[in-house]
Design a protein around this ligand. Structure first.
Ligand code: ADP
Length: 389
């Protein structure tokens, strides 16, 4: 509790853009997010007043950080489960808990839990040898998707293999000379993607749930470039099924806070791809596009406040990620200038990151009546910031 304001202190482990945007939401709730950052250059450390420095893998640093926090939560899933358990045993309110979070930390654990829960998943198997991959591929058909169980993001740690030999060629043979025993692999059938969808749901310790409209996520080279909300032309029955699935998973896994469920739409229905237990890139559209942003909702959920309204604020909402581009002779400030002159309605969020090609440095959101128009404007705004033209 902050004795000056009488309001709670939420601590977020990790100082990236998610903490930065959660801090922004915390301000409106009268709070100031406490952040455990690694360096003063971290996106949230640049803007929050209450910052501590330390590693998320250092239990002593986590314990010091947790002192005086009403609740501790995360901007990523890399805090070791045993540390989360140790903090909980100390009496720290920490959300989501270690058991729930395991399903967002490890794709093999997640697939196993979802299979047990009867949730729709691609056929999958843990792979410990080239022979096991060969057998799996024969069963489900090639090509096969191979993933590292832990540590992948933005398509890193995901390979599409046409033959078992490609596992060796990719340096992933679990029995090979360069094999890292800490790397566990899973194989999945390649599902026939119609498109990719995402649903955000928040759950409080009390058990209240609030689900957002289903969004479509558009990926390029394994990176999400665009999110469209609501997912265009999604039949209502399928949208409801996706929302129900997210609600059921949040409850069954005991998630507290935000859960992002990434889904594949396939010809016969829906398949779960991945889970994230924190605000997520696929929910950035909610800042302007929903009555309550995912960041505020995450804070409400971990604090056991009643949930906010998840309704849309416009018929069409498009979020486009801004990736670091080539400099092109024009700095980001000048690009922003041009973009604001071109489209006064585009909402810009920059994360305070150094520009590196391909790195997510911000996003833009456009709202409106007509999806095609909104989509074009969002793409143009992102391009301005990326390429200066
Ligand atoms: P990351 O953790 O890096 O985001 P994902 O598991 O989400 O990795 O996979 C990245 C992308 O690869 C997905 O967005 C999807 O386009 C594609 N993909 C992943 N799994 C499958 C699958 N089983 N079938 C078809 N495409 C897949």
């Amino acid at each position: 509790m902050d004795t000056r304001t009488g309001l709670p202190v939420v601590g977020m482990v990790g100082g990236g853009q998610l903490a930065r945007m959660t801090h922004q939401a915390a301000i409106a709730l009268g709070q100031s997010l406490r952040v455990l950052a690694r360096t003063p250059e971290d996106g949230a450390a640049l803007v929050a007043a209450d910052v501590q420095y330390g590693e998320h893998t250092d239990l002593a640093a986590l314990r010091t950080f947790a002192k005086g926090c009403d609740v501790v939560t995360f901007d990523h899933e890399h805090v070791p489960g045993e540390h989360i358990r140790a903090l909980a045993a100390d009496g720290v309110r920490i959300h989501p808990g270690a058991d729930a979070l395991r399903c967002a930390q490890d794709k093999a654990v997640m697939r196993q839990r979802l299979t047990e829960l009867g949730a729709p998943v691609p056929r999958w198997r843990r792979i410990g040898s080239v022979d096991e991959l060969a057998e799996f591929g024969t069963e489900v058909g090639w090509p096969v998707v191979v993933k590292t169980a832990r540590g992948g993001y933005d398509g890193r740690g995901v390979w599409l293999l046409d033959t078992p030999d490609e596992l060796v060629a990719a340096g992933l043979d679990p029995a090979g000379p360069s094999a890292d025993p800490a790397v566990e692999l899973i194989a999945e059938e390649r599902v026939k993607l119609v498109r990719e969808l995402a649903v955000q749901v928040a759950r409080s310790p009390f058990g209240q749930l609030a689900v957002y409209p289903v969004a479509e996520t558009v990926q390029r080279d394994g990176i999400c470039v665009e999110v469209l909300a609501p997912a265009p032309a999604l039949p209502q029955s399928r949208a409801l099924a996706a929302q129900q699935l997210a609600i059921d998973l949040a409850s069954a896994l005991g998630v507290v806070g935000l859960l992002a469920v990434e889904l594949f739409e396939v010809p016969g229905g829906l398949v779960v791809n991945e889970l994230a237990m924190r605000p997520h890139n696929s929910g950035h559209w909610t800042i302007e596009g929903a009555r309550t942003s995912q960041f505020e909702q995450h804070l409400r959920a971990v604090l056991d406040y009643p949930m906010g309204d998840t309704g849309l604020t416009a018929p069409a909402v498009v979020m486009a990620n801004v990736l670091g581009g080539a400099d092109g002779g024009m700095g980001i400030d000048e690009r922003l200038h041009h973009l604001f002159a071109t489209d006064p309605g585009a909402k810009v969020h920059l994360y305070g990151k150094q520009v590196r090609p391909g790195r997510k440095i911000g996003h833009v959101t456009v709202l409106g009546e007509d999806l095609t128009d909104v989509r074009n404007r969002a793409a143009r705004a992102a391009r301005w910031l990326q390429e200066g033209r």
